[in-house]
Structures are given as structure tokens and as C-alpha cells.
Design a protein around this ligand. Structure first.
Ligand code: B12
Ligand code: SF4
Length: 494
């Protein structure tokens, strides 16, 4: 006999904001919830699923006897883990399974080859309605946001209006005996975030931009005509959440805001900074965009404790940014943002780039170096490769332009998890020339190397030394990482 509860499973993610919001909503609807965090987060090489871990999963599900199991499938990168879990659940139990998250929201029909139901988009209300229907044996055919198969035909209901008052969803529950963490062939009955040094939250939902390599634009499309896409929580609700985190997390030292782009609304920021500094007073990290960086705002945020700002630049070539990445900012906007972050003395500034992809010519990557050589130091670089996520504009572009066939693209997009992760960080379109410019870009983030890189630029005779120097500099970034973490820890402990 089942016990009328819902089991949610998050993958490679001990925090899993979406799942925690769903827990909150189900609880508010009087439906008991358990969560399994299946496997830990590792952005370089996520651990593969083992037989022992799948056995621990089956044992836990047998004990919990849920009426419905929800799998949170945020990205296509770890579908391999999702399939292992889904197949195990299918072969051991006859409990209905629903998938939700970014990937099923974009490809519901494909996901219904594995799941009984898919919930599209934000799932707080729809999942509660589905769970209620299943528990109380009512029809679920009319639930908005639900997709399912009926007599072999794909059915997808309309998507409901977007909740405009995000405070209605409350904020995630911290801790609780209903959480399990399965990793490294062990299971722990505990919320895996309890020992963490950092707490992650989102002050808003939605992003105003439409970069071609990102799934945000696809999500925005789902909600066309369904209300304002970018929504902020109230500062009051954020402070309540952070105050609770301060009480419940004994090791808490930093706060990470996971907003796609941190809010830049004046009134909101004013209220936030005045309360944050007084009530929380911990260093915090945000993600910014060159077009949202303003001096008055950054100044206020630094005063309140901003210690790290991560800004996507993606390419120094205006052609790549506009034509390929669909990013509206100019070189001047980028320099201006970099100058502001520098003048406001943000302690740690990180710039993201996507390099060495098939759309880029040698001239484009050279322009990325030139731009880096003019950014205000100090800064750090995160250099990514271009990953093709299913359904994104850039994935279509690569086929339309004949760079690869659809079959080749699909093979890359759905290759084994660690192969995809390798591609996420390692670059795939290397020529000696692009390697040369890539090396100079890498070197430009280290103060003593900047003049050396400048000397080497445009001198192809320096190709080998530049590439070798870049290899030698790699351990420096690790050292810098530990140094910065240590410094931050000391600051937070003051
Ligand atoms: C914050 C963030 C992160 C955080 C963690 C996110 C988290 N949720 O815990 C960090 C920095 C760790 C991260 C890591 C990664 N991320 Co990320 N991330 C985001 C971001 C910006 C916001 C996600 C978020 O928290 N949203 C707020 C919550 C409330 O919404 P949600 O998670 O979508 O959940 C709602 C619905 O989806 C739904 N739902 C979710 N799960 C379920 C389950 C069921 C059963 C149901 C019914 C509904 C449902 O209901 C929830 C509540 O409304 C998104 C962009 C975006 N717009 O989604 C990218 C995004 C999800 N990330 C992406 C990627 C690629 C990654 C990484 C693979 C990067 C890497 N190489 O390491 C890893 C994967 C980590 C992992 N194991 O999941 C991609 C995925 C693209 C794709 N199509 O595959 C996105 C879409 C950004 C992009 N580039 O397009 N990420
Ligand atoms: S700014 Fe960031 S979150 Fe927004 S569309 Fe671009 S990559 Fe995606």
C-alpha cells in the first residue's frame, strides 16, 4: 500500500532549488513529500551511477512507498543518470512517474517515452494538482501544464498563467528528516546542504536577454502571452529566507544569488542593500550582464557585501556576439561594465567566454584576446567551449549553416554524460592559430603575464612559447582559487 506521499528526485545537485520549491508547494497542499538528492554536483566530471547506488534507491523507494515519483530533469547533460534511475524505478515498481524541469519542458513528447507524465514549466501548482488526482483517484486529463500519452497519441494541455506574485510560493524548506542523499555508494538521511559554507537562493525568475546558446529563450517562448516573464520576490521574503538560513546552517559563510541576472531595479536594490547589510552581513555573489552593470547600483551592492560578480562576455568579436550569440551589447558597453566593476572595487570579478567553436574565425578569437587585454584588471576568466543544448537557436544554426548534419548534432547532444561535460570545458575546434590566441587570452588574466602576452601577440614565431606558457600558468589559477577562498573565509569569519 502506498502512503499518499510524493517522492521527488534531483540529480547531481544537492541544492536543487526547483525541487525544494515543489516540496514547499506540495506541503502547503497537505501532501507529504520526500526528496532524494541522487549524486553530488561536480561541474567538471560528475560521478557515474553505480549498481550499489541504484540498490540504495530501490530500498528507499520500497520503504517510502510513494504514490507518485517526480524526476527533476534540469539539463540534457545528465540524462544518462536520469535514464538509469528511471529504468530502475520502472523495473522495480509500478508507481506513476512524472518528469519536470527545463529539458522535459522543451521536449515533453520525447520524455514521455520514459515517463507517464510531463509537467511543463514552473510546476508548483500543476504538480500539486497531479498528486492530488493520483492520490484521490481523480482524472488528471485537464490539469494545465500537463502532457501525457492517450491511446498512443501525445496530448499537451495549455500552460497556465505565470504566477506574478512569487512570494506566494514562499521559499525552500531548509533541512528536515524527509531528505536523503545518495552518492559514493552511500545513503545519508539528511538534507545535504546542512554542512555547506554557502547558501544559494534566487531573488527573481526569468532573464531579459535571449542568447542563442541558452535555453532561457526557449523557456520564455513557452510562456508567451502568459504574463510578465521576469518577476522579483519581495525583499521581505528574501530576508526571511536568509535569516532562516543563518539560524539553520551552522557553517554559513557566503550567499550565492542564482538569479540568471541579478535584479537591477533601483527601488528593489535600495531596499535590498539597506536590509541585507543590517540583517545578513555576509559576502555574496551575483551574476551580472554588461547592460545591467551601473555604477550607482554596484557601489551600493559592494557596500552591502558583494564580493564576487560573474559577467558573461562570451566573445570579444562583435560579429560573433551579434550574429551568432544574439547578444546586443557593444564593445563599449563591455569596457564600461568592466570599468565600473573595477572602480567600485568588487573584490572578485569573473568573465565568462565561449571560445574555439566552429562559428569563430581566427580574426574573431584574436578580437577576444584584444578585448581581454583592454579589460580592467584584476579579473579572472572562465573559458568554456560551446555546448549545443537541444532546441537552442545555436543548435539550429549549426545545422542550417551546414556545419554539421542533424544526425551529427544529435549524436553530440546526447552523447554519454562525461563526454558532454568534457566538451563543455575542453575546446573542440582547435587550430594552431586559435590555440595561440586562446593561450594569450588565458594569460591575460594574470597581471605579470599581461605584458608578456602583449609582446607575443601577432608574432606567430611566439606560437609555441605562448602555448607552453599557458600550460605552465594553469596551476596558477588553482592557487588563486584557494587563495581567494581562504581570504573570503577569513573575511566572513571576522
Ligand atoms: C541556477 C542555475 C544553476 C545552478 C543550480 C540550479 C538549481 N536549480 O539548483 C548551478 C550553478 C549549480 C547550475 C549548474 C548547472 N547548470 Co544551470 N542553471 C541555473 C539557472 C540559471 C536557474 C535554475 C533555477 O534555479 N531556476 C529556479 C527554479 C525555481 O526553477 P527550476 O529549477 O526550473 O524548477 C522549476 C521547473 O523547472 C519545474 N521543475 C523542476 N523540476 C521538476 C520536477 C518535477 C517532477 C516537476 C513536476 C517540475 C519540475 O518546477 C520548478 C518550480 O517551478 C538555469 C536557467 C533557467 N532558466 O532554468 C540554468 C540551466 C538549467 N543550467 C544549465 C546547465 C547546462 C547547467 C550545468 C550542466 C552546467 C555545468 N556544466 O555544470 C550544471 C548542471 C547542474 C545540475 N546537476 O543540475 C542549462 C540547462 C540547459 C539544457 N537544456 O540542458 C540552463 C537552462 C541554462 C542554459 N545555459 O540554458 N545551474
Ligand atoms: S544573459 Fe545569461 S541567462 Fe540570459 S539568455 Fe543570456 S546566457 Fe541565458
Amino acid at each position: 500500500m502506498d502512503n499518499n506521499s510524493v517522492l521527488l528526485i534531483a540529480f547531481h545537485n544537492q541544492k536543487a532549488l526547483g525541487v525544494r520549491y515543489l516540496e514547499k508547494s506540495l506541503t502547503a497542499h497537505g501532501i507529504p513529500v520526500n526528496i532524494i538528492f541522487f549524486k553530488g554536483f561536480n561541474s567538471i566530471k560528475p560521478g557515474s551511477t553505480t549498481k550499489a547506488e541504484l540498490e540504495l534507491l530501490t530500498r528507499t523507494v520500497s520503504a517510502l512507498k510513494p504514490s507518485l515519483i517526480g524526476l527533476s530533469v534540469m539539463t540534457s547533460l545528465y540524462l544518462e543518470t536520469v535514464y538509469h534511475v528511471n529504468n530502475t524505478l520502472r523495473s522495480s515498481f509500478s508507481i506513476p512517474i512524472v518528469w519536470g524541469g527545463v529539458y522535459p519542458s522543451l521536449f515533453p513528447e520525447k520524455c514521455l517515452e520514459h515517463a507517464d507524465f510531463v509537467i511543463i514549466g514552473e510546476g508548483e501548482e500543476a504538480l500539486a494538482e497531479l498528486a492530488d488526482s493520483i492520490i484521490n483517484k481523480k482524472t488528471c486529463e485537464n490539469i494545465s501544464n500537463l502532457a501525457y500519452m492517450h491511446n498512443g497519441t501525445f496530448k499537451m494541455n495549455d500552460v497556465r498563467l505565470l504566477e506574478q506574485n512569487l512570494d506566494r510560493y514562499g521559499y525552500p524548506e531548509i533541512g528536515g528528516a524527509n531528505k536523503f542523499f545518495i552518492d559514493n555508494n552511500r545513503i545519508i538521511r539528511k538534507d545535504p546542504q546542512m554542512e555547506a559554507l554557502s547558501y544559494e537562493l534566487a531573488a527573481s525568475r526569468g532573464c531579459p536577454f535571449s542568447c542563442s546558446f541558452c535555453s532561457s529563450v526557449n523557456l520564455k517562448r513557452i510562456y508567451k502571452g502568459k504574463g510578465r516573464y521576469i518577476r522579483f520576490r519581495s525583499v521581505e521574503s528574501i530576508m526571511d529566507e536568509l535569516n532562516e538560513a543563518r539560524v539553520k546552517l551552522p557553517n554559513l559563510k557566503f550567499i550565492h544569488f542564482w538569479d540568471e541576472i541579478f535584479p537591477s531595479d533601483d527601488e528593489w536594490v535600495d531596499e535590498f542593500v539597506s536590509r541585507y547589510a543590517k540583517e545578513i552581513d555576509l559576502p555574496f555573489e551575483i551574476w551580472v550582464h554588461p547592460l545591467t552593470v551601473r555604477k550607482d547600483l554596484i557601489q551600493k551592492l559592494v557596500k552591502a557585501g558583494l564580493f564576487k560578480a560573474v559577467m558573461g562576455i562570451q566573445s570579444g568579436s562583435e560579429r560573433i556576439r551579434k550574429e551568432i550569440f544574439h547578444r546586443p551589447e557593444s564593445q563599449e558597453d563591455i569596457f564600461n561594465a568592466s570599468k565600473i566593476l573595477n572602480e567600485c572595487k568588487v573584490p572578485q570579478v569573473i568573465y565568462d567566454f565561449i571560445l574555439q567553436h566552429p562559428f569563430e574565425t581566427e580574426q574573431d578569437i584574436r578580437e577576444s584576446y584584444i578585448l581581454c587585454s583592454k579589460l580592467e584588471p584584476p579579473f579572472e576568466l572562465q573559458l568554456h567551449a560551446l555546448n549545443y543544448f537541444p532546441g537552442t537557436g545555436i543548435s539550429e544554426m549549426v545545422v542550417e549553416r551546414g556545419i554539421m548534419s542533424r544526425a551529427e548534432l544529435e549524436k553530440i547532444m546526447y552523447s554519454p554524460m562525461n563526454e558532454q561535460y568534457r566538451k563543455y570545458w575542453h575546446l573542440n575546434n582547435k587550430t594552431p592559430q586559435s590555440n595561440f590566441w586562446y593561450s594569450l587570452i588565458y594569460l591575460s588574466q594574470f597581471a605579470p603575464m599581461r605584458p608578456v602576452a602583449r609582446f607575443m601577440a601577432d608574432k606567430y614565431s611566439m606560437m609555441r612559447p605562448a602555448i607552453e606558457l599557458c600550460k605552465m600558468a594553469r596551476p596558477l589559477s588553482r592557487l588563486r582559487y584557494y587563495y581567494k577562498k581562504g581570504r573570503l573565509l577569513l573575511r566572513a569569519m571576522r
